[in-house]
Design a protein around this ligand. Structure first.
Ligand code: SF4
Length: 288
């Protein structure tokens, strides 16, 4: 039905539909399920996302390795003091992204969107925008379908694996998915969603994958916090009417080429970046 962003956009224009509607039709077709079954499935995904994004806000969730944890609560407490630099919406979004990352590192239940490492970005974006604009559960679910469509295109035409393309492929893909979703949630059209997805990827293109001790904890959680901010900012840039000079499909191709040209040390091997610093080495020794 669609493999590229340009094809998805064409379908939206021809049929005067939102991205989420096209993706839902494709899902029903591909899986031979009814609308109600599809909605039930995504509602269950949404419930898990909400739980993971809020679990670590009021209690410390420490990782299995004890390398990380408690930062979501720190961020939430900081936000609640009301004197933050970037404001309530941004700090609240970062706290929620950190929460899911901490739940993941503690072996809790998360939704890989598109991967476990980048699982904090989309739930936080969807909840943050729903809260700000007082949207409904249906709006959130529609946002998730839009995100799924963008993720599918990235996976088909490039990669969503840190081991193959660096963190740009994981947190970049998650940011793109989230940016497109929230644009639709606030009333933007399909073109604006694809522009937002392009901006989010361009903004972090080249980001390496360098998990300390090979664990999906540091710097992963931080990148989920900044990834959701990237999504929100990219959505605002698109909603301002700014268009990407380079179309979405070409941006994704570029990300893939950048990923392929990265040395192996920067693709989840923990042999480069912050993983290979003296402190990274020391932490690895402590954990292992
Ligand atoms: S640094 Fe690597 S392991 Fe961590 S979130 Fe990014 S891609 Fe995943």
């Amino acid at each position: 039905m669609f493999n590229k962003g340009s094809e998805l956009l064409k379908l939206c224009k021809e049929q005067n539909k939102k991205i989420s509607e096209i993706v839902m039709e494709k899902e029903m077709d591909d899986n031979d399920i009814s609308y109600d079954e599809l909605m039930d499935k995504m509602k269950s995904v949404l419930d898990t996302m909400i739980k993971s994004a809020t679990t670590a806000l009021d209690k410390e969730v420490i990782s299995v390795s004890k390398l990380s944890g408690g930062d979501a609560k720190k961020m939430e407490d900081y936000k609640n003091k009301g004197n933050t630099i970037s404001g309530e919406l941004i700090t609240s979004a970062m706290a929620k992204a950190l929460s899911t990352s901490e739940v993941n590192a503690s072996m809790g239940r998360i939704i890989a969107a598109p991967t476990a490492g980048a699982s904090g970005i989309l739930p936080s974006a969807i909840i943050t925008v729903k809260d700000k604009f007082n949207l409904s559960e249906e709006d959130m679910i529609a946002g998730l379908f839009t995100a799924a469509g963008i993720g599918e295109i990235i996976a088909k035409n490039a990669t969503i694996s840190g081991a193959e393309g660096g963190c740009q492929a994981e947190c970049g893909a998650a940011s793109s998915m989230a940016a497109a979703a929230i644009v639709e949630m606030v009333g933007g059209n399909a073109e604006a969603s694809l522009n937002a997805a392009s901006f989010a990827m361009i903004n972090i293109m080249g980001l390496v994958c360098d998990p300390v001790a090979g664990l999906v904890e540091f710097p992963c959680a931080l990148r989920n916090a900044s990834g959701v901010v990237n999504a929100l900012v990219s959505a605002d840039i698109a909603m301002a009417g700014i268009k990407s000079l380079v179309p979405f499909d070409e941006v994704i191709d570029a990300m893939y080429r950048v990923g392929k040209s990265m040395p192996e040390s920067l693709k989840e091997t923990a042999l480069g970046g912050v993983a290979a610093t003296p402190t990274g080495d020391k932490l690895k020794g402590r954990v292992l």
